[in-house]
Design a protein around this ligand. Structure first.
Ligand code: FAD
Ligand code: NAI
Length: 476
């Protein structure tokens, strides 16, 4: 085989595989090297997202949400299903099937785009050469005109509560429980803690979440965070803010967690399983040989410019291993953008308009600036909000919770941020993303016809409310 390529991508997650596919679509000769291995030793493309992140977590969120709704909501519809129970093994089997189907699909997509898919480890050598070690240990050397580094991230460990992969686990471990833990401890009330805490709480676990920060979801609009916290509490998540964990040890099959509460008083917590999800760190172990010139910053991220170029000729880096939010859609956009840039095409990633979604119930989603950020910027602004309680569709869905909040500039009416907590917020935010990508004003949304009765009318009404022209609620 001729091992010279136009582009070699190292990493086959949401940053790497789209980069490889787009480079293939652009008519280039491409190889994509991915080293992912599952617990059972099988190799699979798709990285964290498909194997141990976005997709398996959403599969479990869906199953457990249905279970929860069957128990708590069906009676309101007049449906009496008798005693509803959850077969955890069947739920996990379904999830595993979805993951297998999706990861197998990536291999097919790479093939269809003419990409050479290689499973094993890649290491960048000086001069755009790549050492490839297949999973069977065989080695060979490849070279390319361009190399794209897309090695992703791994969970951050907590020194005082080290993973033992049985009682103290990371997010992947928490996706694989074969039974509902009676008592579940979660360290970190971030996106993973809230999603996976919800999964196991809905199945009956007593869930205590220890969060170091005194504020809940400090990155989100605080009105949104306040509303979201109300719903997590209603579900039964015991979220303890300002908690500083000083240690965790396994004793007699249980985990004893020691922490100081917000007032500084020593506290202890005994749980059957402890999930540590305090963020993720870029993963670059073994990726860069001596002398490549690629720089890794003090936090472990590969240094890149605004276009994901490392500063070393024709070496690029994308996704979780570089600055910016650790999100699959950001990773994908960067991968595709770099592949187009390599082919000499126009490309641009708009980092100001990256949506965030937390797949809780109700969902939480936002894009653009929070009200706190707009206020701090000094720009005059107006806010329009609309509660889902006033949405006929939400009421019909038994989902009249939460609201849409739209922030627009006072001077030119441009939409600066949209924040939603409510049913299908993760889908609804797409309209706001598109509007902001096109630099829309709130008037543009006001003049756009939204089908009735749909949840999207709530965004329409929030835009109208920004000018005190809402129809389906009193304007204040
Ligand atoms: P990764 O997905 O980590 O992929 C990197 C790949 O490169 C891996 O397969 C790795 O094995 C491989 N690799 C690394 N080094 C080498 C090497 N030297 N040689 C060969 N291969 C190598 N994001 C969202 O947007 N939405 C969500 O709903 C969401 N849910 C999540 C839920 C959980 C539980 C977790 C943990 C994460 C979630 N994320 C979500 C984040 C998302 O998974 C990441 O942002 C995304 O996977 C980053 O893509 P990536 O390609 O940069 O890295
Ligand atoms: P995160 O950054 O979202 O949250 C970590 C939380 O842990 C923070 O609230 C932080 O204050 C807290 N924390 C840090 N150190 C602590 C300590 N010692 N004790 C107690 N609390 C501590 O990180 P998380 O949840 O691990 O997720 C990692 C990444 O994965 C995120 O960046 C996120 O973007 C991505 N992700 C995205 C999802 C989505 O888009 N729906 C779902 C899951 C993950």
């Amino acid at each position: 085989m001729n091992d010279t390529y136009d582009v070699i991508v190292i990493g086959g997650g949401p940053a790497g595989y789209p980069a490889a596919i787009r480079a293939g679509q652009n008519g280039l000769k491409v190889a994509c090297i991915d080293g992912w291995k599952n617990y059972d030793g099988s190799a699979a493309f798709g990285g964290t997202c498909l194997n141990a992140g976005c997709i398996p977590s959403k599969a479990l969120l869906e199953s457990t949400e249905l279970f929860h709704r069957a128990r708590s909501e069906f009676a309101a519809h007049g449906i009496h299903a008798g005693e509803v129970s959850m077969d955890v093994a069947a739920m996990q089997k379904r999830k595993a099937g979805i993951v297998k189907g999706m990861t197998g699909g990536i291999a097919q997509l790479l093939k269809a785009a003419g990409v050479t898919a290689l499973q094993g480890r890649g290491q960048l050598l000086p001069g755009r050469e790549v050492a490839f070690t297949a999973h069977d240990g065989s080695q060979r050397r490849l070279s390319a005109k361009h190399v794209v580094l897309a090695s992703g991230s791994v969970p951050t460990a907590l020194r005082t509560a080290p993973f033992d992969c049985k009682h103290i686990v990371d997010s992947w471990g928490a996706l694989e429980f074969d039974a509902v833990p009676k008592r579940l401890g979660v360290i970190g009330a971030g996106v993973i803690g809230l999603e996976l805490g919800s999964v196991w709480r809905r199945l009956g676990a007593e869930v205590v979440v220890l969060e170091a920060s005194a504020a809940f979801l400090p990155i989100a609009d605080q009105q949104l965070a306040k509303e979201a916290l109300k719903h997590f509490k209603k579900l039964g998540l015991d979220i303890r803010l300002g908690a500083k964990v000083s240690g965790a040890e396994v004793k007699d099959g249980a985990v004893q967690v020691a922490y100081a509460d917000a007032a500084g008083a020593a506290q202890s917590l005994t749980v059957d399983k402890l999930v540590v999800c305090i963020g993720r760190r870029p993963y670059t172990e073994g990726l860069l040989a001596e002398g490549t010139g690629v720089v890794v910053d003090e936090r472990g991220f590969i240094k890149v410019d605004d276009h994901c170029h490392t500063g070393v000729e024709n070496i690029w880096a994308v996704g979780d291993c570089v600055r910016g939010p650790m999100l699959a859609h950001k990773a994908k956009e960067e991968g595709v953008s770099v592949a187009d840039r390599i082919a000499g095409l126009y490309s641009h990633v708009n980092y100001d308009v990256i949506p965030s979604v937390i797949y809780s119930a109700p969902e939480i989603a936002w894009v653009g600036q929070t009200e706190e950020q707009v206020k701090a910027s000094g720009r005059a602004y107006k806010v329009g909000s609309f509660p889902f309680l006033a949405s006929g569709r939400a009421r019909a869905m038994e989902a009249g919770q939460g609201f849409v909040k739209l922030i627009a500039a006072q001077d030119d009416d441009r939409i600066l941020g949209v924040h939603i907590v409510g049913p299908m917020a993760g889908e609804l935010i797409a309209e706001a993303v598109l509007a902001m990508e096109y630099a829309a004003s709130s008037e543009d949304l006001q003049r756009t016809i939204h089908a009735h009765p749909t949840l999207s009318e709530a965004l329409h009404e929030a835009a109208l409310a920004a000018d005190k022209r809402a129809i389906d609620m009193p304007n204040r």
